[in-house]
Design a binder for this molecule. Sequence first.
Ligand SMILES: NC(=O)c1ccc[n+]([C@@H]2O[C@H](COP(=O)([O-])OP(=O)(O)OC[C@H]3O[C@@H](n4cnc5c(N)ncnc54)[C@H](O)[C@@H]3O)[C@@H](O)[C@H]2O)c1
Length: 288
Amino acid sequence: MVETLGVVGAGQMGAGIAQIAAQAGINVILSDVSDDLCRRGLDGIRRLLDRSVERGRITPALRDAAVARLRVTMRLEELSDADFVIEAIVEREEAKTALFRRLDGICGTDTIFASNTSSISVTRMAASTRRADRFIGMHFMNPVPIMKLVEIIRGLGTSDATLAVTQDLAALLGKETILVQDSPGFAVNRVLLPMINEAVFVLQEGLATAEDIDTGMKLGTNQPMGPLELADLVGLDTCLYIMEVLHQGLGDSKYRPCPLLRKYVDAGYFGQKSGRGFYLYDERGKRR
Ligand SMILES: NC(=O)c1ccc[n+]([C@@H]2O[C@H](COP(=O)([O-])OP(=O)(O)OC[C@H]3O[C@@H](n4cnc5c(N)ncnc54)[C@H](O)[C@@H]3O)[C@@H](O)[C@H]2O)c1
């Protein structure tokens, strides 16, 4: 049973994971690289909880109890109390392995490490620590409070006990799980990202407008969001990094990232979080 959860990265995924854990009665220590980013993460959680109160989904007392269970810090050392740590930082392998190496020296030997990576090898990240048996992939979906699934990725050395604790944690957080073996992009993004990438090729080739591509996929294939609006929600930087992992890891040219996707990321068009992607957004993330 997880009592204190460490979450590293207070962006859209880390903040979402911290929120649902605090709502499930777990003490959470949420960490990012600056006080400002920590505060922004916490403010975002508070806003979402306030909205839930306004809509009558939770009582003010439940909101206050959840907020009281949340602590934010830019000092990674404060995660030494955590018995389970979920990493949700940028989708870059060097950044993740450097972080896990540090955490390995900070946390107790029993602490389980989970990565919320969308695509990177869990086995390789585990090898950067001395606890490959207590290392696992825990891939939440975006937005975390709404989406039902957690894709659990078993690294080569992940123990049965670690898998069982992780499945129990996901259940406590109200999520359904699927179990996938370690491979680039796992199952969900191995299927999803090539579709998004192909939609960007269709746009790049001028075959249809962004709106028509999205409408076509929504009305024509019954998806709740079109691939380009979904890419804006995921983050175009994250989409590009996942395609690079698929391309390099699987060695097949069919996974090459679309040049237009790369160009947008080079320009700083990261999607909803930066105000511009395939569409434009206001500061609250609403489509203009
Ligand atoms: N966006 C999605 O739809 C989605 C879905 C599932 C999984 N993921 C994965 O979740 C992870 C985070 O994605 P996101 O969308 O929340 O990104 P994001 O850009 O919203 O947030 C990332 C946060 O990590 C912080 N960070 C970066 N390096 C750090 C470090 N060394 N230590 C502490 N904090 C650090 C950044 O300051 C930022 O606040 C990525 O691995 C991504 O692939 C994303």
